[in-house]
Design a protein around this ligand. Structure first.
Ligand code: NI
Length: 206
């Protein structure tokens, strides 16, 4: 590829950033549609269809993990996939920064990543991926039926999106849920939330 003058490179970079931001907003929109109250970012579960429920999945060490394993902790749960180019890395980075910023108080919060692409997201792949963000992440995969059941319980939408060359990406909701020590819904955040807002939202329940 021919060398471009620096100014053109900056323009390209800005265009790329705008494209990423637009994609993030588009996916956040999908997420908000399935969220209980799209306006505040943090909401009470009262009067809404229950969010959450039992799951039985496999973590990045190959161990079976169920929702019951996390009783007594707060679960910060996000569904996505490791090949996601933009929204998932953003959400996981924010979750990581938010739980770390809570210090000792935040040690009872477990950040959980559940793949919606179990076909490609193997235990080994999840192990590498989670480690990139925060060693505290519990990254979960499982049989398609188990993933579908978990996603349904959390009102998470996902679908395969075919790409050229036979590959595919995943369309998916991008809501981050905060679940209580009893496993009940407490609050949710959009993937575009700042780490500071997320930490403040979580701190209310610590
Ligand atoms: Ni994603």
């Amino acid at each position: 590829m021919a060398k471009r003058p620096p100014r053109a490179d900056i323009r390209l970079l800005i265009l790329a950033l705008v494209a990423v931001a637009a994609a993030a907003f588009a996916l956040a929109e999908i997420g908000l549609k399935s969220a209980p109250t799209p306006d505040t970012g943090i909401a009470s579960a009262e009067g809404e269809a229950a969010i959450g429920g039992p799951f039985s999945l496999i973590d990045q060490d190959g161990k079976t993990r169920t929702d019951a394993d996390f009783r007594g902790s707060l679960m910060l749960i996000y569904f996505g996939y490791t090949d996601c180019p933009d929204v998932c890395p953003l959400a996981l980075s924010t979750m990581s920064a938010a739980v770390d910023s809570l210090g000792d108080k935040g040690k009872s919060v477990v950040p959980i990543f559940i793949t919606v692409d179990p076909e490609r997201d193997t235990v080994e792949k999840l192990k590498q991926y989670a480690a990139r963000f925060n060693p505290r992440f519990v990254a979960l995969t499982g049989e398609s039926a188990a993933i579908e059941a978990a996603a349904k319980a959390y009102h998470v939408y996902f679908a395969k999106h075919p790409e050229e060359g036979g590959s595919y990406s995943m369309d998916h909701s991008s809501v981050i849920y905060l679940m209580g020590r009893d496993g009940q819904y407490l609050a949710h955040f959009g993937a575009e939330a700042s780490a500071q807002d997320m930490a403040q939202g979580i701190a209310k329940f610590l």
